[in-house]
Design a binder for this molecule. Structure first.
Ligand SMILES: [Zn+2]
Length: 412
């Protein structure tokens, strides 16, 4: 008979973009394979002889948070300000990314990066690193850390320093090897194709990458329409395309497995094209504020089912998805339950993983965090969300689990 585990506490669970449910005296039960067997009222829980997981009496259990856009190789340059997108890339980001050619550096940073994600209750992330060595290190350390991730390397073959410029046919050979050796090997880590953005990729390179992604059925991660100067560059480099979105579409990069970050300045026609192609749209409010890129027009995406949040570390200075939710609220006022949904079940839907993660439900994976909140009495879901999102000094993440395995803290 398989062993089962249970944890008691308040359970905060997203049900839909409109509804977040709070169970005051709740129980979560999962088996040793990491599948949830029960999540609900304690008094109605089945008697399974489960092993009780120690948790504070006032524990709140939430699903693992999902960051749908972040850059592992920008770990050390968070908060480097003083410019908008293109200048910031040149002055701070390119020098940081070129260091990932060194496997030792890539391993060290990957380890730290995952530790920061898990300690912030993030159990799944879609990320960018650099070079083949960076991808190999990100898979090896991700496997060790026990996290879920979509991992790709930032691809560029023009308009960047020569140390970062890739040779397309060599990159495609590497992609084949990286895919074969790593994709879905442990069920948690996936390989993706990450062209940085249109200004740093030739049409031929993007087309080859789009073809590869469709052949292998992997995610595409890229940036779109973040900054006004970037748009001018795209116009100049792709005179025959009607729009930025069309540049990607011509290359076969707009698929239901595509994650597009930002999308601040898209036209109506571009939004329509992206929705028709069923791409994931990732709103990164902290990064948009930091680089003064503009406001994401949430009203145009309000009912779109594949909308998620991203920290966009290092343009986003914080790893915390609660900080990202707070910034999203500052940019576009919306109910807090919707914000929480975007960082959990909405993120899972955007990644196409909603059947296994994103909320605490029987049959799904036991990805969750145990949180303690000070100074809260007789809470309801709205009050809890206020405190989680706006009062960082009152919350403490005590434990984090992925697939029923404790991944943070590593040791007690
Ligand atoms: Zn980014």
């Amino acid at each position: 008979m398989t062993k089962t585990y249970m944890i008691n506490g308040g359970i905060l669970n997203p049900e839909s973009p409109q509804k977040c449910r709070f169970i005051k005296n709740g129980t979560l039960i999962f088996n040793e394979d990491g599948h949830i067997l029960y999540c609900g009222q304690r008094k109605q829980s089945p008697l399974l002889g489960s092993v009780k997981i120690g948790a504070p009496a006032d524990a709140i259990v939430i699903p693992g948070l999902i960051d749908c856009h972040t850059h592992l190789s920008q770990y050390y340059v968070r908060g480097r300000s003083g410019d908008t997108l293109l200048g910031w890339l040149k002055n701070h980001i390119f020098p940081a990314e070129r260091k990932f050619k060194d496997p030792k550096h890539a391993s060290r940073v990957s380890k730290k990066f995952y530790h920061r994600l898990l300690s912030n209750g993030i159990t799944c992330a879609a990320l960018y690193t650099n070079f083949k060595a960076g991808v190999e290190a990100a898979f090896a350390e991700g496997h060790r850390a026990g996290i879920r991730a979509v991992i790709g390397y930032t691809m560029m073959d023009r308009n960047v320093p020569s140390a970062l410029k890739q040779e397309p046919s060599k990159t495609l050979d590497e992609c084949r090897e990286l895919f074969d050796n790593n994709h879905q090997k442990d069920g948690r880590l996936r390989f993706s194709i990450n062209p940085r953005f249109a200004p740093s990729c030739t049409p031929g390179f993007m087309k080859a990458l789009g073809y590869f992604a469709q052949q292998k059925d992997v995610c595409v991660q890229t940036h779109i329409s973040e900054n006004i100067q970037e748009l001018a560059e795209v116009k100049k480099l792709f005179p025959r395309s009607k729009s930025y979105a069309e540049v990607y579409d011509r290359a076969g990069l707009l698929t239901p497995k595509t994650l597009l970050a930002h999308g601040i300045h898209l036209s109506r026609g571009e939004r329509q094209l992206i929705k028709e192609r069923a791409c994931g749209m990732v709103h990164c409010p902290s990064a948009n504020l930091f680089l003064h890129s503009g406001r994401f027009p949430l009203e145009q995406w309000y009912d779109y089912p594949r909308l998620a949040l991203g920290s966009d570390v290092g343009a986003g200075p914080s790893f915390s998805m609660f900080d990202v939710m707070r910034d999203a609220y500052y940019v576009n006022m919306m109910p807090l339950s919707r914000l929480f949904y975007l960082a959990t079940l909405g993120g899972a839907k955007t990644l196409g993983l909603e059947k296994s993660i994103g909320s605490l439900q029987a049959g799904k994976q036991a990805d969750f965090s145990v949180i303690r909140l000070s100074d809260i009495h007789d809470p309801c879901s709205e009050e809890l969300l206020y405190d989680l999102i706006f009062k960082w000094d009152q919350r403490e993440i005590v434990q984090v689990y992925v697939g029923g395995r404790k991944v943070w803290p590593e040791r007690e």
